[in-house]
Design a protein around this ligand. Sequence first.
Ligand SMILES: NC(=O)c1ccc[n+]([C@@H]2O[C@H](COP(=O)([O-])OP(=O)(O)OC[C@H]3O[C@@H](n4cnc5c(N)ncnc54)[C@H](O)[C@@H]3O)[C@@H](O)[C@H]2O)c1
Ligand SMILES: [Fe+2]
Length: 385
Amino acid sequence: MSAIFLPRAMRIGAGAINELPGALAQLGLKAPAILTDPFLADSGMLGRLLKVLEDAGFPVRSYSGVTPDPTTASVDAAVSFIKGGNHDCVIGFGGGSSIDTAKAVAVLAVRGGKIHALKAPNENNEAGMPIVAIPTTAGTGSEATRFTIITDEVTDEKMLCAGLAYLPVLAIVDYELTLTKPARLTADTGIDALTHAIEAYVSTFANPFSDMMAISAMRAIWPNLRSAFVSPSNRPAREAMMVGSLQAGIAFSNASVALVHGMSRPIGAHFHVPHGLSNAMLLPVVTAWSAPAAVARYADCARAMGIATFEDDDQSAVTRLVEALRGLNTDLAIPSPKIYGIDEDRWNALLPIMAEQALASGSPNKNPRVPDSAQIQMLYRQVWS
Ligand SMILES: NC(=O)c1ccc[n+]([C@@H]2O[C@H](COP(=O)([O-])OP(=O)(O)OC[C@H]3O[C@@H](n4cnc5c(N)ncnc54)[C@H](O)[C@@H]3O)[C@@H](O)[C@H]2O)c1
Ligand SMILES: [Fe+2]
């Protein structure tokens, strides 16, 4: 038996942002508040969204104080903004940081308190304010997931919060919003989406529905990630990345992420490495270590991505997969933690805490090969250089 959870409505395709008023009206939503970040506010993209809503007669307020990798303090500030108006829904407009902020705010504005009380292994299914997600990166899939990730700035822990309370009621998925992404952001967010698809497929929580979404996402992402990286205005590549990212989000939200994400969050929290980039640093090493426990599943991934064919046996397909992931990192200029500039002594000193935080998130337990703390620290050491 599988339990599947999806947004109530989605509008997908070029110009979908113009459909927002109609989509809100269909859901009976009348008074939105937009949460976004300073870049999207200054770039004119927020202005365009405000105009779409104002032209349709919606009273709307916007807040542009979202910080990358949102913290408990930045979420609390956004909650105060929401309470200063009379709103019936929260729109997260931007990358995963804006959408995740909107999710946390939607819950805290109704139930009060702090987000710490809700972190994994707690699950929160109690509805908060309705959440509308409008992604501008093709990466997190947060527009269709039942998760939000908020950093505790005191302990530097990236807290994973899960439950139906964080699942948007509406996702507006318009790839034209991603045409402005620079190459570095395209690569990092694209590898995040690819990692979601691979991890959903190999996770021990995979099911026939999540498999279908994960395979479809890998087929879309692998042949288009390099193209979007080298030619930002390649519309078919951008469209494939956006749809692939959505499908990968649906896949892992209905299965799970696994060891790469478990180990990635502590790197992001302690060293402020962007989420997709820390996934990319880990993906080849963690795949090579995990594959012996699920050779056939990783071989399916290699075939879906077009890296291997049905003529290759499973073991050779997996060997090709690991080589291809290393090659992707080279082509997308992914640095090792050392080249990124992380201090080696601090990295080594933090390994036991990072391993503990990775295990506490629950993601490593869903990996096909389940590590203990010593094995996670060994993998972090391998990834270092
Ligand atoms: N909730 C989930 O299911 C889920 C899944 C994966 C990751 N995440 C979280 O999402 C966050 C990362 O999100 P992200 O990778 O989308 O990045 P982000 O939201 O942090 O944005 C990164 C930067 O890109 C800029 N940007 C966004 N869209 C742009 C565009 N179209 N053109 C140019 N610049 C643009 C932003 O202004 C920001 O400066 C992390 O906190 C991560 O933990 C959440
Ligand atoms: Fe991710």
